[in-house]
Write a protein that binds this ligand. Structure first.
Ligand SMILES: [Zn+2]
Length: 450
């Protein structure tokens, strides 16, 4: 490009930063300038001498990454943090702790805002949010300024009967009602807030959704070109229950329902057989790796096998602390534990890609977000690398993955708008969000234990 085509006037200009781009063509750019016009990255490179911007930031000592794409969360489960991880599988249905089924829409909003704020402050510019009352929560999450790809939790098993008596019973009216709610959410919110809100179809799991219900979800999602997000082969009990009911593995059930394709995001994938992995790879499905949740409950997804099969692997925090920075080293360490050492297939840049561009690819947004490239949306995170644990950084991707934390995030931009500054949200009152969530959680815990 000739010098005359370099823009000199920007809305936002970043100078002297180290860019970790997640673009293999130029993964690390030092002493870089990045210019934003409107909601897009307009320039990366040397600047014209008269370059200027409304917001002109000298970010010497900082590292700038693409916004993290956290594709699978249930932010309201912040209500059981510090307890649920120690109760084994399906802690939400353990007596004495707050149950998702007892949440009012207002309770869900209060707890979801807390979890989504936590994710944003740790650098997630996009969350995949699926839970009860998500339809009520979407407008409130959107106010934080991050991208939210949401769905009502879709299932036709009656969770109340599961919680009360361990009975697994499908109820078509229950499933149809939830699907209707999600269709209404799609109609009202998909593409809203300048495209920052998208509505998915979150079929909960193969054991909590009957085959006729999965077929309905497939039809609804396909008709709208929407992503389907699910939990797949996340527990032995699920695999056994599904096998007994259908004679198929959960992956085969999704395939049979017409859901196994490039629009499917498969959460966990712990108990997948070689045939399942090959089937998923052949279909172009996406794996959502959730290493911290899995490891906290004593489980590991066979990520070396999944990666070797060529599947697009993304990262998500699910019900755990929504820190994608920390999560990258969980992904790296748990893969190396399985490999039995350090190899070329599992290096910091691989898990960095999982946390950024791979997530974007899974959502069909690889041309829009997930890397720092001219023409893409201006979604990025500024980390303060002047702190003791981040100095020196001869390989800043390695330093980021091995020693950085979400709390090192200083600024977050979404669509070129500053939504976190000095580690604090710019669009909502942090203290008010925390206080409301604390009061809600206090009440939920009081009611759960009495
Ligand atoms: Zn989940």
């Amino acid at each position: 490009m000739s010098a005359s085509t370099i823009p000199s006037r920007f809305d936002l200009l970043i100078r002297n930063a180290t860019l970790l781009t997640a673009d293999p063509a130029a993964p690390i750019v030092r002493n870089a300038s990045l210019g934003v016009i409107g909601d897009r990255i307009a320039w990366i490179g040397a600047l014209a001498s008269d370059a200027h911007a409304a917001l002109d930031l000298d970010l010497a000592g900082r590292v700038v990454t693409p916004g993290f794409v956290n594709v699978h969360t249930h932010s309201a489960l912040s209500m059981v943090r510090g307890v649920a991880a120690d109760l084994g599988f399906a802690p939400s249905y353990t007596k004495g702790i707050p149950n998702a089924l007892d949440l009012t829409p207002e309770d869900s909003i209060a707890m979801t805002r807390l979890g989504a704020l936590e994710a944003l402050l740790a650098g997630s510019t996009l969350i995949g949010e699926h839970f009860v009352h998500v339809d009520a929560c979407v407008p409130e999450i959107a106010k934080l300024g991050l991208r939210v790809h949401a769905s009502v939790r879709l299932h036709d098993v009656d969770f109340r009967k599961v919680a009360d008596s361990g009975r697994w019973q499908f109820d078509a009216a229950l499933g149809d009602g939830l699907l209707e709610r999600n269709l209404a959410l799609h109609g009202a919110w998909d593409g809203k807030e300048d495209g920052r809100v998208r509505v998915q179809f979150a079929a909960h799991a193969a054991d909590t959704c009957s085959e006729p219900f999965l077929a309905k979800v497939a039809q609804a999602a396909q008709a709208r070109g929407a992503v389907v997000n699910t939990h797949l082969a996340q527990s032995k009990v699920e695999v056994e229950r599904v096998l007994a009911r259908t004679g198929r593995t959960p992956v085969q059930v999704f395939d049979h329902a017409g859901l196994l394709n490039e629009h499917l995001l498969c959460g966990h994938c712990i108990y997948v057989e070689d045939d399942d992995i090959a089937r998923m790879a052949g279909a172009g499905a996406n794996v959502v790796h959730i290493p911290k949740c899995n490891a906290a409950s004593g489980r590991l997804a066979p990520t070396p096998k999944i990666k070797a099969a060529g599947l697009n692997m993304t990262l998500a925090t699910d019900t755990q602390h929504a820190d994608m920075v920390e999560l990258m080293r969980w992904a790296l360490a748990t893969a190396r534990v399985q490999v039995g050492g350090v190899d070329e297939d599992w290096q910091p840049h691989h898990v960095f890609a999982m946390a950024t561009i791979n997530g974007a690819r899974a959502l069909g947004l690889a041309d829009e977000i997930g890397s720092l490239q001219v023409g893409k949306k201006a979604d990025f995170v500024v980390l303060d690398f002047r702190r003791p644990h981040l100095v020196p950084a001869p390989n800043p991707v390695g330093t980021l993955v091995h020693t950085a934390m979400g709390r090192d995030v200083e600024m977050v931009f979404v669509d070129g708008r500053c939504v976190v500054r000095d580690g604090r949200p710019t669009l909502v009152n942090r203290e008010a969000v925390i206080a409301e969530a604390q009061a809600t959680a206090d009440r939920l815990w009081r009611n759960a234990t009495t």
